[in-house]
Design a binder for this molecule. Structure first.
Ligand SMILES: *Cc1c(COP(=O)(O)O)cnc(C)c1O
Length: 367
């Protein structure tokens, strides 16, 4: 590949000195689980998000699952989720023992369409779980108003939205509780797995802490049936270094987004990502849509441009959620996005030549 979709080694190479230093700091400290380094990261990431509490956990799926459990959501309950998301959003609800109620996204933002929430409400609904897909915040005000009116919790899946803003406010400070992933390819990525819960509710923060530590706040006293779900001290030390450059790297992403939009705006069959005026995305992915997506992808690969599809199978059509409960046609918006979406390379380490090569390769497809 002349322009790979992503080269994770590039982020190590750019920050090698700081990361190697963090590695030695942790290795020599003798503390490998919990400890000062994790506490400092939790404080720094909470402050970055504009929320009082952050609790590190094992990964993004765990952040969502523990949050749902912290709200007491479980068997017999329903949680409203987007029909088009990475399947982990749904898995968290299932792991908590509750039922997913999918709602179709808005055509232009690909995020949860608040107009469709009312129809999904039942006497069992306990929470809404919006996802800020591709780094674009969901339209939170109508979602929050709907939740308030109906006494529901709002739990955000911000696995793709580190640093994104909604009406000027940072994701992580918009609702009661937000889940982040630090999977290596995310905007704030670790060098292994990691995740965190960010909240303004001290009780929820404490419950997630207890749930992630075997259900125990004091050694050998177990209050609930917990998980072992911790953010490694070493990953926390790496994340502290990467948090320092997150805004700068997000700004590089924004510039690439702009260059792509300028270079591709006149192609009639191509749908570019829309950015509503209230959103400041963090540009996790640059997702275009094209009626001949598969042919366009082959065309780009033949020209050395790496692309991916986020995501080729909507959760309701996966084998995991099949069971005959849903079938093709049940969520046509999610299915059409799965059929036509294509992610172009967008990462902080692309050169101007890389960006030009991608634009030219897409243009050479002809429409
Ligand atoms: C990555 C991702 C997750 C899961 O995070 P992990 O850390 O891989 O468990 C959940 N939701 C969305 C939208 C994601 O992109």
């Amino acid at each position: 590949m002349r322009v790979p979709f992503l080269d994770l080694g590039a982020s190590y190479r750019e920050l090698k000195e700081q990361l190697d230093c963090a590695y030695h700091r942790v290795m020599e400290s003798g503390w490998y689980v919990f400890g000062k380094e994790l506490e400092s990261f939790e404080e720094e990431f909470a402050a970055y998000c504009g929320a009082p509490y952050c609790v590190g956990v094992a990964n993004g799926l765990e952040a969502l699952t523990l949050l749902l459990k912290a709200y007491g959501i479980g068997p017999g309950d329903e949680v409203i989720v987007p029909s088009n998301t990475y399947i982990a959003t749904w898995l968290a609800v299932s792991h908590a023992g509750a039922a997913v109620v999918p709602v179709e996204p808005d055509w232009s933002t690909y995020n949860l369409d608040a107009h469709r929430l009312e129809a999904a409400l039942s006497s069992r609904t306990r929470a809404v779980l919006p996802v800020h897909l591709y780094g674009l915040p969901a339209d939170m005000d109508p979602i929050l108003a709907f939740a308030r009116k109906n006494g529901l919790a709002v739990i955000e899946d911000a696995a793709q939205a580190h640093g994104a803003r909604y009406k000027g406010r940072r994701v992580g400070s918009l609702s009661d509780a937000t889940a982040f992933s630090f999977y290596p390819s995310k905007n704030l990525g670790a060098f292994g797995d990691g995740g965190a819960v960010v909240t303004r509710d001290p009780k929820i923060a404490q419950r997630v802490r207890v749930l992630g530590n075997y259900g125990s706040s004091r050694k050998y006293e177990n209050e609930v049936i917990g998980h072992n779900s911790r953010l490694d001290t070493l990953q926390a030390a790496f994340l502290r270094e990467k948090l320092r450059v997150l805004d700068e790297w997000n700004a590089r992403r924004a510039r690439i987004h702009e260059r792509y939009c300028l270079g591709l705006r006149d192609l009639p069959r191509l749908t570019l990502p829309a950015v509503p005026e209230w959103a400041q995305p963090c540009h996790h992915l640059f997702v275009i849509r094209h009626p001949e997506r598969d042919r366009l992808q082959r065309h780009l690969h033949a020209r050395g441009i790496g692309t991916l599809i986020h995501y080729p199978v909507p959760p309701h059509l996966s084998e995991a959620y099949g069971f005959g409960r849903w079938q093709k046609g049940d969520f046509p918006v999610a299915e059409e996005i799965a059929r036509t979406a294509l992610s172009l390379p967008l990462n902080p380490h692309m050169t101007d030549d890389d960006i030009e090569a991608v634009v030219e390769a897409v243009r050479s497809y002809g429409g």
